[in-house]
Ligand binder design. Structure first.
Ligand code: NAP
Ligand code: ZN
Length: 342
């Protein structure tokens, strides 16, 4: 079969490799689509720990081609999505239910071979059924949606709440949609690219802000802003210093800030601890997708999430190495690798 191999930091290529086989507890899944994520680019540049050689790709779904002898509840021909984050189940975090913080996390597409290939091996406990009539490309969105769901769960949005989302990549655009489903009635997205702002307004944002043209804090939380005094919940989904700093000033007194964006390790930001105290802000990190992958699959299956407009282009396995090795093109939201079309 064909697989995109990260052979060393800075070296990625399409290779012919042996087709894997399913162990007793595994499904062998023929990949229908696998999303390219910023993490794949970080792996290529050596900015995220992994042990090459490995096949990246952790946002995948496909069709079960074979099942191991001990597999229950899945059959050949089923469409499935995989939760790539395999927790060890034995460390103190796993025992306390904090599986996303597992000390021995073993992630498909990072530590073991992933979905930029014709086939992937998926342990049955990581697999979730998708409907037979779902568009084959939609299952690839379960993983990013599951990460956004964790953030929205932590925020405990109440119906009628006001929300600001900073960063209009796929994570921000999915978070806008989840905030709407959670009952928020004011949803403000700040992102620089005009095409993303108009897309966000089509799929749930009630207002957008161009951080290059306006002072975001004034425009949102200022006396004549969209929500004077600040919003109930802020989602930081850009992972840059400006937005992290803005996030704590956009929340109302007693409000909640959810840090979803991955800032570069070691980066420092300025904030006033007095603000946290005097305005009783809650600032929470949201990491990965603990127990949310199944609900993400349900949401995608239900059609409640706009997916097609988030897909900027579909590429072949042959084209995938260059896509991963280069920065995203302007305006691009999500690129999907679709095997078998090359
Ligand atoms: P992305 O496509 O890079 O989206 C982030 C966007 O933020 C950028 O494309 C950019 O869009 C916008 N941005 C940059 N500077 C900004 C500014 N000053 N103000 C407002 N917006 C700004 O990435 P993504 O896939 O959506 O992911 C978003 C972040 O979440 C990344 O850091 C990613 O690593 C992280 N992530 C976290 C988890 C988790 O479990 N916590 C899971 C997946 C991803 P414009 O050019 O339009 O401004
Ligand atoms: Zn563990």
């Amino acid at each position: 079969m064909k697989a995109v191999r990260l052979e060393a930091v800075g070296s990625i290529a399409l290779r012919e490799v042996g087709k894997p086989s399913a162990g007793p507890d595994d499904l062998l899944v023929r990949i229908e689509a696998c999303g390219v994520c910023g993490t794949d680019r970080h792996l290529f540049h050596g900015e995220f720990p992994c042990k090459p050689p490995v096949t990246p790709g952790h946002e995948f779904s496909g069709i079960v081609e074979a099942v191991g002898a001990a597999v229950l509840g899945f059959s050949v021909g089923d469409r499935v999505t995989g939760d790539p984050n395999i927790a060890c189940g034995r460390c103190k975090h796993c025992h306390a239910g904090r599986v996303n913080l597992c000390s021995n996390l073993n992630a498909i597409g990072i530590h073991r071979d992933g979905g930029f290939a014709d086939y992937v091996v998926l342990p049955q406990k990581q697999a979730f059924l998708l409907p037979a009539d779902l568009k084959p490309t939609h299952g690839a969105f379960c993983e990013p949606l599951a990460c956004c769901l964790h953030g929205v769960d932590l925020a405990a949005i109440k119906p009628g709440a006001s929300v600001a989302v900073l960063g209009g990549g796929v994570i921000g655009l999915l978070t806008v949609q989840l905030a709407k489903l959670a009952g928020a009635t004011t949803i403000i997205l700040s992102t620089r690219q005009a095409s993303r702002r108009s897309l966000a307004e089509d799929i749930g944002a009630t207002a957008t802000v161009d951080p290059g043209a306006a002072d975001v804090i004034d425009a949102v939380a200022g006396p004549s802003g969209l929500v004077p005094g600040g919003v109930d919940v802020v989602f930081e989904c850009a992972g840059v210093r400006d937005t992290v700093e803005q996030s704590m000033r956009l929340a109302r007194a007693g409000g909640t800030v959810i840090i979803v964006g991955v800032v570069p390790q070691g980066m420092k930001v300025a904030f006033e601890p007095f603000d946290l105290l005097f305005r009783e802000l809650k600032v929470l990190g949201s990491f990965l997708n603990p127990y949310t992958h199944g609900r993400a699959a349900q949401l995608i299956a239900s059609g409640a999430i706009e997916i097609d407009r988030l897909i900027s282009r579909q590429v072949t396995l042959e084209e995938a190495p260059a896509v991963i090795a280069n920065p995203p093109a302007p305006g691009e939201v999500k690129v999907l690798v679709v095997p078998g079309q090359g």
